[in-house]
Design a protein. Sequence first.
Length: 56
Amino acid sequence: MLFYNTLRHGVTCRDPGADHYEEQYRIGVLANLRRRAKSLGFVLQAVPCDVEFAVS
């Protein structure tokens, strides 16, 4: 699709970079978590970044 639009419409290809894709992925994951939490009767609450959790 990108190749077609570049040739057909003369649109220049601009790669937004890996950070953009990672941020979009993060936003999608958070939206999914909020949706699942809501369906289970929970509400997600943000935790300050300075708090560290032990993962086992």
